[in-house]
Design a protein around this ligand. Structure first.
Ligand code: ADP
Ligand code: MG
Length: 325
């Protein structure tokens, strides 16, 4: 193993986790966010960076919207723990030639979204650098019983908080070349903070992840952490309305592997189903179940089963290109 390309994003994280060893905290490396006891309380901690030409392109949306996006994708990881964001830090990198107005607009967007969510921008950093990078850290309130990637149990149902594929489709269309003003702005994800909180506080779920890399890959993270497998009913997966005009296979491909949904994927025992469906409107949807074994199996409408292709976003994988956090 010589390069990050050989190791892959998740291989790298596994090596880092080995270097760290046991950090002696409630939840350390390996979940959507860490949970740490500090003084008398417990906090949720997460950080994620958006890098120009990896996660976004200049001109795809206004700098203000980009700032809002940076908050949303980080808040999504807090939501995936059942936490509530309470304070945020923004570290920005940009070249000397950068428009000061644009940079302040990124901060306006970020600070606005952060304030609206009760997680004011309380600090950060600025540095010169070759491209735009927006690195965010959020600190949040921890639920008594967090939603963990290792909390899925055999027999649980698998739920998704809402329809999938819209953001991946918008990105594909942009990448396919269509430029600038002929396109509506990329959809802005809304982090599922209220849903995550309710699932944790009402003890409806023990296991969740936010969908950033793609349904299959993110569900595989839950399976691997929990030591279980999962079956997904292809017919049950809710597709975003924007996908309806695509061929069925193309739409499913985006929903299964496209990524950037920032929806919650979670598991719960079947007896909690009615209470979960009453939590939000539209209601969370059952898309499969947790089974003994490992990995994700796709079940089509005729009952035919096949193992899901392990495709999703890897920062150092082949074909890694402008997307996700
Ligand atoms: P997410 O997509 O939910 O943000 P990631 O796949 O980025 O999660 O990260 C998975 C886990 O690995 C998280 O717990 C994250 O904090 C941890 N992690 C990622 N990169 C590093 C790093 N460089 N050092 C320590 N922990 C890391
Ligand atoms: Mg996540």
């Amino acid at each position: 193993v010589k390069t990050l390309g050989d190791l892959g994003e998740f291989g790298l994280i596994a090596r880092v986790a080995r270097i760290v060893g046991d950090p002696g905290v409630e939840i350390g490396i390996g979940d959507d966010a860490a949970i740490v006891r500090i003084g008398g309380g417990r906090v949720v901690l997460t950080t994620d960076a958006l890098v120009e030409d990896v996660h976004f392109r200049r001109g795809w949306e206004t700098p203000r919207r980009l700032g809002r996006r940076a908050f949303a994708v980080n808040a999504s990881d807090v939501a995936a723990m059942g936490g509530i964001p309470r304070a945020s830090l923004l570290s920005i990198v940009a070249p000397r030639s950068e428009s000061a107005h644009d940079l302040l607009e990124i901060h306006r967007g970020f600070a606005g979204a952060a304030r609206e969510h009760g997680a004011p921008l309380v600090g950060g950093n600025v540095s010169g650098g070759p491209v735009r990078m927006i690195s965010v850290t959020l600190v949040g309130e921890a639920p008594r019983r967090p939603l963990r990637r290792d909390g899925a149990r055999v027999g649980d149902l698998v739920f998704v908080g809402g329809p999938l594929g819209r953001n991946a489709l918008a990105r594909e269309r942009r990448l396919a070349g269509a430029r600038g003003s002929r396109h509506p702005p990329l959809p802005l994800p809304s982090p599922r903070i209220v849903l995550g909180r309710a699932l944790a506080e009402r003890r409806l779920s023990r296991a969740a992840i936010d969908l950033s890399d793609g349904l299959v890959q993110d569900l595989e993270h839950v399976c691997a952490a929990s030591g279980v497998g999962a079956e997904l009913e292809l017919e049950a997966i809710p597709l975003a309305p924007a996908l309806r005009r695509l061929a069925r296979d193309a739409a499913l491909e985006l929903a299964l592997h496209g990524g950037e949904d920032y929806e919650l994927l979670f598991t719960a025992p079947a007896r909690k189903r009615a209470a979960i469906e009453a939590l939000a409107s539209p209601a969370p949807v059952v898309i499969g179940r947790i089974v003994a074994g490992s990995g994700v199996v796709l079940v089509d409408r005729t009952g035919r089963r096949r193992r899901a292709r392990p495709a999703g976003f890897d920062h150092f994988g082949r074909g890694a290109r402008g997307r996700r956090g």
